[in-house]
Design a protein around this ligand. Structure first.
Ligand code: GLY
Ligand code: MN
Ligand code: MN
Length: 469
């Protein structure tokens, strides 16, 4: 597809029509008829009160209102939605420029807007906790009960019921949400192409990150999470960008865009700095790609996500036995947990407004009632174990990582003889490979929302360092 160009901002990002939010609020009111209140939250202090992180509203608020209005509160009472907002402050406009009037917000958002100091929540109002301490403190005082920042995994009573309703609402995406996710995916493609083109030996990881973030920012979006751009892919959440790219290195880039309404993309690509995979890098890249292919094949309505995870683990073990890094019988290796030796995380998670969607509510969204996390290595970080349904969006992100800590101390364990160290050593130019895509479950199967972001190894080789591509 012809995705939007980084320099062509015309019409992007496209906002969601106001009636979508009316419908979402009506659905929530039906799912949770009792009174409820959801805070947008405040911006967070960075290093002193006047220097703050860019504001990002709570996702439940964004889902129902469509804009991050700092400090605002949405209430639903008997099906009536009201937005409470701080009126414009003339003292502040020197710094902020003109602020929207309450009438202006009402017209734009299509719901009743009242001043924040008119908010009288009354007793028995349900809410779910915000992520930041200042908002939690403010809500605790407003509701006269303790609201713990980030405490969404320990709710009881009406709050737990509201959390369940929000999961039911947000688990399967409506058309407007999918349209947002497609836009995030399209800009993420531009970012990954920019990263591949910028890559060459001698530049820092930071330069590749800068090119990728630049593409996202210049498209009117922001990054959905802290980007990982590293030659040390074995550090799963590497957050430094200081290494200089060597000609024999692989770059692992886990970078995704977020639309102004808050919808995320979450994509990883791995490419060779030189523009050519070595034979050893290519062999392991092909194993990860095959594992991803098998996992995606396992996605469809009614299919269990644990089986998607298992399909990837099996493909990884089969591939690693074929190249000789693992030795022994595939079934026996799987039974002994060998998949997690080089692929120590879950195959994916829900994606939506949050890059790990709804994880503010713990495992309520990710785990179907009656299912809980396994304690087995690799499986314990699986964030999703539901039977998939049309409208869900999940990531599929297998990887191969040579993590010294996981390979030490195997002596005496059931996996003591599973790894051929000599063969593994011959793959020493691979530290980490991950390939991650975003997948929409459809009534018939699955649609790869990020299919236009190159991952075919030869296509990638043609793009790396190629300024004119
Ligand atoms: N980028 C975070 C993740 O892949 O889950
Ligand atoms: Mn992910
Ligand atoms: Mn990711």
């Amino acid at each position: 597809m012809d995705g939007p160009d980084a320099d062509d901002h015309s019409g992007w990002p496209v906002p969601t029509p106001p009636e979508v939010f009316v419908e979402r609020r009506e659905r929530l009111a039906r799912l949770h008829p009792g009174p409820l209140l959801l805070a947008a939250g405040f911006s967070r202090t960075r290093n002193f009160p006047g220097n703050r992180y860019p504001y990002r509203a709570e996702s439940h608020f964004l889902y129902l209102v469509g804009a991050g209005i700092e400090g605002a509160v949405l209430t639903l009472h008997d099906g009536e939605a009201t937005l409470y907002v701080s009126p414009p402050d003339p003292e502040e406009t020197l710094w902020t420029g003109p602020q929207a009037s309450l009438d202006g917000i009402a017209e734009e958002r299509g719901l009743e807007v009242r001043p924040l100091d008119a908010l009288e929540p009354g007793d028995g109002v349900a809410t779910v906790p915000p992520q930041d301490g200042d908002t939690a403190f403010w809500l605790s005082s407003l509701l006269d009960r303790e609201i713990e920042a980030g405490g969404g995994d320990e709710l009881t009573g009406a709050d737990a019921a509201l959390a369940g309703a929000l999961v039911e609402l947000r688990l399967r995406h409506d058309d407007a949400a999918v349209a947002q996710l497609r836009q995030a995916a399209a800009i993420t493609r531009v970012a990954h192409l920019a990263g591949m083109r910028t890559t060459r030996a001698g530049v820092r990881e930071a330069a590749v990150r800068g090119a990728m973030e630049g593409a996202i920012l210049s498209s009117g979006m922001v990054t959905a999470y802290a980007p990982i751009v590293t030659t040390h892919g074995e550090i799963l959440h590497a957050e430094t960008y200081t290494n200089v790219l060597g000609s024999g290195d692989l770059v692992l880039a886990d970078v995704g865009a977020e639309t102004p309404e808050g919808w995320a993309s979450d994509v990883t690509r791995t490419w060779p700095v030189s523009g050519r995979f070595s034979d050893t890098q290519r062999a392991l890249y092909d194993i990860v790609l095959q594992a991803q292919h098998r996992a995606i094949q396992a996605i469809g309505p009614g299919r269990r996500f644990l089986d998607v995870h298992r399909a990837a683990g099996r493909a990884m073990v089969e591939g690693l036995v074929a190249v000789g890094i693992l030795r022994g019988d595939v079934e026996s290796l799987l039974a002994r947990g060998a998949a997690a030796l080089f692929f120590p995380h879950g195959i994916g998670h829900l994606l939506g407004l949050d890059v790990h969607d709804l994880e503010d509510l713990g495992d309520l969204a990710g785990y179907a009632p009656g299912r809980t996390r396994s304690s087995a290595p690799g499986d314990r970080t699986l964030r999703l174990d539901r039977d998939l349904e049309a409208g869900m969006v999940v990531t599929v992100e297998p990887g191969f990582y040579r993590v010294p800590g996981l390979l030490e101390g195997l002596e005496g364990s059931p996996l003591a003889d599973a790894v051929d160290r000599r063969v593994l050593e011959s793959y020493g130019d691979v530290r980490g490979i991950r390939i991650e895509d975003d997948v929409l479950v459809t009534p018939d199967g699955a649609e790869l929302l990020t299919r236009d972001i190159p991952k075919d190894p030869e296509e990638i080789e043609a793009l790396v360092g190629c300024r004119s591509a």
